[in-house]
Design a protein around this ligand. Structure first.
Ligand SMILES: C[S@@+](CC[C@H](N)C(=O)[O-])C[C@H]1O[C@@H](n2cnc3c(N)ncnc32)[C@H](O)[C@@H]1O
Length: 403
């Protein structure tokens, strides 16, 4: 467990700031590439607080990272490294997921916010800049410890609260203006059991935990409250599987916005093969081709042909509406998540970090402008077929001779 002694954590913050400002490349090499660096590499920076906090260790003439420190918009978020098979792993910040969500948080001044599945606590820590109070919940005691550490590290411990428990259970009876979530959503191959990776996996084709979250969220929303959930899921050719959301809110005064995180369409087969056959780091031992084909067939029989990563927002509106949009400044090209960066080269990491810095600047400079390509409401194949039939019927009526 990380020490929550305020003086020590604040000393860590000062050291990290100095290290990053003066030795950016070495900082990324140590904390993101997870490579040992020389004990002289950070010059005169006082590394003692980080050693005492067990974030780094000295071995011989080398400094080795114990925990991962992610620099983001002038703050630092400490987490574990990506070791998915470890049950209480605290999920590292992912550039294209956690950071996208952090930058998109719809916090209004004075809000009271809740982040379910908080992990490292990144969303409440950023929400605290505007919010009156920001709460984070996680079922993993280690995540709560890391969140509290990160809140002190970033000077927002007085405005944040981190609670241990299952989803909404620790905030029973409380209401929030904004509720955010990055739930575990990774689908589990049939006939395999959970690997106990709390941060990642969900049963029911990956949908069970997102469904439970949506089923419980309304009770905790103030009138006018908003929901933001970033997730990945199977879907048909036009839309991810969000019927559990659209059916719930259809006819109500709600707008559902799907913000796609990737440019290209991801076919289900490609996704399954990349994730489960070749990428042995992820969740399971590699799965055989024939097994994957059967699994794909099984999912296709349920109508799923594609995989999507998206941020979904549910907000009050005059009438029920579904809108889908794509950010004009798109960084992410395909399915890959940057949770683990230790296999990337330093120059690639530096390029990615620069791209995100440009992205943040672009976001700031386009404040108040239209920052998305908005697409027409996605329609399911069934709705499309109904529309076609209606059009055919009209055509036929026109062709019938007038008596
Ligand atoms: C995908 S991680 C999200 C981490 C962080 N919010 C982020 O976006 O970087 C999901 C988190 O949900 C937590 N979790 C899993 N099941 C939960 C449950 N039933 N109730 C509360 N938290 C849960 C895990 O411990 C993990 O920290």
């Amino acid at each position: 467990m990380l020490s929550l002694e305020k003086l020590l954590v604040r000393a860590c913050a000062a050291t990290l700031q100095e290290m990053y400002a003066q030795h950016k490349a070495t900082f990324l090499e140590l904390f993101l590439r997870r490579r040992p660096v020389s004990d002289l590499a950070f010059g005169s920076c006082n590394l003692q607080p980080l050693i005492r906090a067990k974030i780094i260790e000295l071995s011989g003439k080398k400094i080795r990272p114990i925990l991962r420190v992610f620099p983001v918009q002038g703050r630092f978020i400490v987490s574990d490294y990506f070791t998915p098979r470890h049950p209480d792993n605290v999920l590292p910040v992912a550039l294209d997921e956690s950071i996208y969500m952090e930058n998109s948080l719809d916090v209004h001044k004075g809000d009271v916010t809740l982040d379910v599945f908080t992990g490292s606590g990144i969303y409440p820590i950023f929400a605290a800049a505007k919010a009156r109070h920001a709460v984070g919940v996680d079922i993993n005691p280690k995540a709560i410890n890391y969140s509290k550490f990160n809140a002190i590290l970033n000077g927002v411990e007085d405005k944040t609260e981190f609670l241990l428990g299952d989803m909404f259970e620790p905030v029973n009876g409380r209401k929030f203006d904004l509720i955010t979530a990055n739930p575990p959503y990774v689908l589990i191959p049939p006939h395999k059991t959970r690997t106990d990776a709390l941060h990642a996996e969900s049963t029911g084709d990956g949908l069970d935990i997102p469904k439970l979250f949506i089923a419980g969220v309304d009770t905790h929303l103030t009138s006018g409250g908003r929901v933001q959930m970033i997730t990945g899921s199977v879907g048909n050719e036009t839309i991810p599987e969000i019927s559990f959301i659209t059916e719930r809110y259809r006819g109500k005064h709600k707008k559902v916005i799907i913000d796609f995180l990737h440019q290209r369409k991801i076919s289900l087969g490609t996704f399954l093969r990349r994730k489960f056959a070749t990428d042995t780091k992820f969740y399971h031992a590699p799965i055989s081709k024939s097994f994957l084909q059967k699994w794909e067939l099984n999912l296709r029989q349920k109508g799923y042909t594609n995989y999507y990563f998206y941020l979904i927002t549910i907000q009050p509106a005059r009438r029920f509406e579904i809108v889908s949009k794509q950010h004009k400044f798109q960084i992410r090209k395909d399915y890959y998540l940057t949770t683990d960066m230790s296999d990337f080269s330093l120059s690639y990491i530096t390029r990615l970090m620069r791209a995100y810095e440009r992205y943040f600047k672009w976001w700031e400079s386009h404040r108040g402008e239209k920052r998305w390509h908005t697409k027409p409401t996605p329609r399911s194949p069934k709705v499309k077929l109904e529309e076609k039939l209606r059009a055919c019927r009209l055509e036929l009526q026109k062709k019938r001779p007038i008596k």
